[in-house]
Design a protein around this ligand. Structure first.
Ligand code: PMP
Length: 392
């Protein structure tokens, strides 16, 4: 039996970028202690009061099919929070609750693109983006951002690829680069979308992790609410990665179609997870700042440690839970550096190449272990880079 082309070509043929991560996990399974600075998973677990609320809801009977669009309470909560944070009037009819941001990315592309349509995204990119686009039988087209711009996109580069495209996927604060798009960048992007009649899919799952500048949702820019689909999630803001609760915010008529799509794909999100999400969002910005605080602290550690050397360049870490390190002075590729660091020092980082060719010669470090362990690992990484640069 042969599988569909869609399944066979989902990762585009080559590696899906997870090789170093998988190698590290195999080493761990074989009993080697590995410092993992790879995936975007907090080192804290979901807070006990959230789990208690989840338990209360489940024991109270909210274990059957939940409403496919999401519960009224959660949709209202997400809508109110969005109105408050962005100033764009938003009601429950603008909100579909999804099983995580990943399902929202898939549904948004299904809504925007027909088979064969070109879907634009920016390189470096979160590893699932091209596969998600292929998953709806659209054609992923990467547009490189530049290390010399600290990976801040140039509207002109996007415009150069926009002719005939259907959608553009952006992500600020950015995984993997830590870049927060400036107002000027977003205004430029919005103009390209209007000029070329593109859907803008704006992945804002890191919007509570902004260390420099401010998060601006492009849906708030003039003329953009009607063509923007915002991706949100409880995963990063509330340390609820395993709960699989996210959302899409968009025009009412698009959400109505996406509800039909959800009926035929996911059939909604468990009620007890949604109730716990209402509870979690009800804890307000102070709780979100608490979840984000460790990354802000570790970013300061990284600035101190890396500020004392000049082999590694730290891309300004403006947001999210990652650091993008320029290791080109070692003469190594990101892949070679990450593999050698893992072999020699049992520290696992992600090669920049896992996130696209624009991040070649870089590695991404997730700030997801305790402060002391993080500082030690970073010092070892910096020492390793210096030794390699001397040898180069
Ligand atoms: N977008 C980005 C940029 C991410 O980094 C992630 C998860 N790492 C997601 C979306 C998906 O997150 P989730 O499905 O857990 O909401």
């Amino acid at each position: 039996m042969s599988l569909s082309q869609r399944m066979q070509t989902l990762t585009g043929g080559g590696s899906d970028g997870w090789d170093v991560f998988i190698k590290a996990r195999k080493m761990i399974a074989a009993g080697t202690a590995v410092t993992e600075l790879t995936i975007g998973e907090h080192d804290i677990r979901t807070a006990a009061p959230i789990l208690q609320d989840m338990h209360r809801s489940a024991m109270g009977g909210h274990t059957g099919y939940a409403m496919v669009p999401g519960t009224d309470a959660l949709r209202d909560m997400v809508a109110a929070r969005t109105t408050e944070r962005t100033g764009v009037p938003t009601t429950r009819d603008n909100v579909l609750i999804t099983p995580g941001g990943q399902a929202a990315l898939f549904a948004a592309h299904a809504a925007a693109c027909d088979p064969g349509d070109t879907a634009l995204y920016l390189d470096p990119y979160y590893a699932t983006y091209p596969g998600t686009i292929r998953g709806v039988s659209a054609v992923p087209q990467a547009i490189a951002t530049r290390a010399e711009d600290a990976f801040q996109p140039r509207a002109a580069d996007i415009a150069a690829h926009a002719e005939g495209a259907r959608s553009l996927l952006i992500n600020s604060p950015n995984n993997p680069t830590g870049t927060v798009y400036s107002r000027a960048t977003l205004e430029g992007i919005a103009q390209v979308c209007v000029d070329h009649d593109l859907w803008l899919i704006s992945d804002e799952v890191y919007d509570t992790q902004v260390w420099e500048g401010a998060h601006l949702s492009p849906r708030a820019l003039p003329g953009m609410a009607e063509r923007t689909l915002v991706i949100g999630s409880m995963s990063k803001s509330h340390a609820m990665t395993g709960s699989r609760c996210g959302w899409i915010i968009g025009p009412e008529e698009v959400i109505a179609h996406l509800i039909t799509f959800a009926t035929h794909t996911t059939y909604g999100v468990p009620g007890f997870i949604q109730d716990a999400s209402v509870f979690a969002l009800g804890q307000g910005p102070a709780f979100e700042a608490e979840v984000a605080a460790p990354f802000l602290r570790r970013r300061a550690i990284a600035q101190r440690v890396l500020g004392a050397q000049n082999t590694i360049g730290l891309i300004p870490a403006q947001g999210a839970m990652y650091l993008m390190l320029d290791i080109r002075a070692t003469g190594m590729s990101g892949d070679d550096f990450a593999n050698a660091l893992l072999d020699r020092h049992h520290i696992a980082v992600m090669p920049g190449e896992s996130f696209g060719s624009a991040a070649a010669g870089h590695v991404r470090v997730a700030m997801t272990i305790d402060d002391a362990g993080f500082e030690t690992a970073l010092r070892t990484l910096a020492g390793f880079a210096e030794a390699r640069a001397r040898a180069a």
